[in-house]
Design a protein around this ligand. Sequence first.
Ligand code: G3P
Length: 215
Amino acid sequence: MRIFMDTANIDDIRRGAALGVVDGVTTNPTLVAKEGVQYRDRIMEICEVVDGPISAECISMEYEPLVEEARRVASWHPNVVVKIPMSEVGLRAIKTVSAEGIRVNTTLVFSANQALLAAKAGAAFVSPFIGRLNDAGHDGMEVIREIVSVFDTFNLPTQVLSASIRNPRDVTEAALAGSHVATLPPAVLFAMVNHPLTDKGIEIFLNDAKKYSPV
Ligand code: G3P
C-alpha cells in the first residue's frame, strides 16, 4: 500500500519525506487555509520535497470553470493530481479532463456507487472518507472493502485512496482491505513508527550493552 501524507504543513512533509516511506501528498482547502499560504505556492513547495502524486483541490462549482481550473492546476507541475469533489458537474469534468490525460483524485466519496461512477469517468484515484463516515455512524472501512471488491471484479484501474484516516489502526485496516493508498495526517504517520515494547526493548539492550566493551 502506498502512503501519502494528508497535510499542507511543509515542515511535517519534510520530516515525513526524510523517513523514505512517503509516496505522495494530499491537500484540501481546509489544510492549506490553516497554513496561511497561497495554494499554488504551497503545492510547488511540496513538489520539491516529495516526488510522487500531489493532490491539489479545485473549487469551481460550474462545469466550464471547473474544467478550466482543473487544466490550470494540472499545469502547475507534472506530479500534480487534480482533486475534484463528487457531483454531477464533477463527474462531467472528470470525464473531460481525464480524457486529456489529467490525473484526477475524486474527493468527498462516501459510497461504492460514487466510487464506481468516478472510476467509469476515468478518475485515477477515488478518496473515500473513512473518519467522516464513522463520525456519521457508518462503517467507513466497509465502504473501502466494497470499493476494492467492485474495482477488482471489473478490473478497473482506478486506485482506492483511503482518506480521513484518524488513527494507526485505520491504516492497518485499510491495508488489509486492499486499499491501494492511504493518506495519513502527520500525527498518524509518526505514531505508526512507535511501539512501547520497542522503546522498552531498546532500553534493555542499551543497558546490557554496557556490560561488554564496544566493538
Ligand atoms: O483530505 C481529505 C481528508 O483526508 C480529510 O480528513 O479528518 O478532515 O475528515 P478529515
